[in-house]
Design a protein around this ligand. Structure first.
Ligand code: HEC
Length: 518
């Protein structure tokens, strides 16, 4: 009887609670051996499972190949033991009391040397580290998880990896392209690689230049192990900040207009932001109920807009970290699938969203009518559905164009629409929105809404490809855009007619015959 009950989908809380209560005695007795295991003072401590996660979350941001403070790298096991510039051995197997790392994390008068300028590690974590060293500091890292890639050993590609994100520097000189374990900086005209920014994250989900172009924010991680946000100094090609975030890759980075904060979406349903200079967390908001995939700041930076797999567009007030509003309707059926991308119209508080239902839509960020449950009063324009899912959207910097990119069954497209239209909502509609919920509109009102929201929606240009498109970015002069995706090739597209001016593979490919390690 029990197993069929347990196999029930997570739908009915009452049923589940009842099952939990019924199972309690059994569950306890089953857990008993594990408990006594953990209590065994001589049980061996696993570096990989117990110690590494502490270092990853607390230390590696400052102690990794791309950023080794004090000359100390903690992501390579031999270097972790060896220590850094001081010449003192960080870890001496069997002797925690003689290990410099233990001294560094041990607080004196409530403050520890490491992690630098942060709260000391928890007593339990310190005890665990000391005990692991006392037991001999064994390395049980699985072979396939050993990090072999850094700036001196950059990734070697046999084929072009999927491109998940792209961005032009504001001066129009550089194009950043997400690679495997790195971000490649290209000459914006596609004439060659300028630099390779190799960090800890294998998977790069999102890249964005700061408004002044001096820094590049990167979101990604090691799938199922850690999320990470990186901030690079573009001119020096140096990693400025590396912030570990949770246990899986993170998405959709965006900069506040003043370049001080970087926001991103997380698979634990939170939208977060850090201080771009220090890496401190400055915002966490958990009102989404599925992965958060993209973010953008309001025009003045006071609010954050986020979209996710829960089919919602959420507005968060930055200062209070408070959820303010659902910008797009959360009525079932209003959107037919999760949202992947959001972009804000330059100079205005209007956002373009796109997702699984393939319909690009423009919304005003701040509502002008009283909120009614189920209304869709912020909708300004709706565009015809693209084939498949939309994975990327962008506004041209001059605000005149909107672009959306899609993927369907090995095919992809980029559509261009006018970004400018009269977005004052007619009185009649304001009244209709204020008085009723969407489903209660009369036929005439519905027709008027449909006419208003689709008027001026004209496909200006379209480009089709034999590969899904996942990444899109307008060049600063608004005359071309870059698109890339499934087949790993970057296309520079003329916005006037949708023709491809140039196409290139953004990663250096290894000769096909030579056998190379990845
Ligand atoms: C915010 C950056 C930062 C973080 C996080 C950090 N460190 Fe450091 N660490 C430094 C700097 C900077 C130095 C160089 C010495 C100094 O300035 O104090 C250093 C030096 C060290 C050294 C001495 C290396 C040598 O031989 O000279 C050890 C050991 C060390 N850190 C361990 C740790 C451990 C363990 C953690 C995590 C619990 C950690 N650090 C987290 C910045 C950091």
């Amino acid at each position: 009887m029990r197993s069929p009950l347990l196999a029930l989908p997570v739908a009915c809380c009452a049923t589940l609670c009842a099952v939990a209560v019924l199972l309690l005695p059994t569950a306890l007795s089953a857990a008993a051996p594990a408990k006594s295991d953990a209590a065994d003072p001589n049980a061996p401590i696993s570096y990989w499972k117990q110690i590494r996660p502490i270092f990853q979350a607390q230390c590696q941001g400052c102690h990794q190949p791309a950023k080794s403070k004090g000359g100390y790298v903690m992501t390579d096991f031999a270097k972790l033991l060896a220590g850094g510039d001081s010449g003192d051995k960080a870890i001496i197997a069997g002797k925690p009391e003689a290990s410099a790392l233990v001294a560094a994390i041990t607080p004196k008068d409530g403050e520890a040397e490491m992690p630098k300028d942060k709260a000391p590690l928890k007593p339990d974590d310190r005890a665990l580290i000391a005990k692991w060293i006392a037991q001999g500091a064994a390395d049980d890292t699985p072979k396939n998880a050993v990090q072999r890639i850094d700036a001196e050993h950059p990734p070697i590609y046999r084929r072009a990896p999927v491109v998940t994100s792209l961005d032009f520097s504001p001066d129009g000189k550089l194009l950043a392209v997400a690679g495997f374990h790195e971000v490649l900086l290209h000459h914006a005209d596609g004439s060659g690689i300028v630099a390779r920014l190799v960090g800890l994250s294998e998977r790069i989900e999102s890249v964005r230049f700061s408004p002044d172009g001096t820094r590049l924010a990167v979101a990604g991680g090691l799938p199922a192990r850690m999320g990470e946000v990186q901030i690079w100094n573009v001119e020096k090609r140096a990693l400025h900040v590396s912030v570990p975030v949770g246990y899986d890759t993170v998405y959709g980075v965006s900069w506040s207009p003043d370049g001080k904060r970087v926001a991103f979406g997380c698979p634990d349903n939170n939208v977060r932001a850090i201080d771009a200079a220090t890496g401190e967390f400055v915002l966490q908001q958990g009102s989404h109920n599925d992965w958060v995939l993209d973010t953008v700041f309001s025009h003045d930076g006071s609010h954050l807009i986020s979209v996710g797999r829960d089919m919602s567009t959420k507005l968060t007030e930055f200062e209070t970290q408070r959820f303010v509003d659902n910008i797009s309707s959360i009525t079932p059926g209003a959107l037919r699938g999760g949202l992947h991308a959001v972009a804000r119209r330059p100079g205005r508080d209007e956002v373009l969203i796109g997702g699984a239902d393939g319909v690009p839509q423009v919304y005003q960020v701040f509502r002008k009518t009283k909120r009614r449950i189920g209304d869709n009063a912020n909708l300004l324009r709706k565009f015809p559905a693209m084939e498949g899912r939309i994975f990327a959207v962008d506004y041209s910097p001059d605000g005149k164009l909107i672009a959306a990119a899609s993927s369907f069954n090995g095919r992809g497209a980029v559509h261009l629409y006018p970004g400018e239209f009269d977005s004052t909502i007619p009185e009649l509609l304001l009244k209709a929105y204020a008085d009723k919920i969407a489903s209660a509109y009369s036929k005439e009102e519905k027709a008027e809404i449909e006419r208003f929201t689709t008027e001026g929606v004209k496909l200006l240009a379209a480009a089709k490809f034999d590969a899904g498109i996942y990444a899109l970015a307008f060049a600063p002069d608004s005359r071309s855009l870059a698109a890339a995706g499934e087949d790993g090739r970057v296309r520079l597209i003329n916005v006037a007619d949708g023709t491809v001016a140039k196409e290139f593979v953004p990663v250096p490919l290894a000769p096909a015959k030579k056998s190379v390690a990845e």
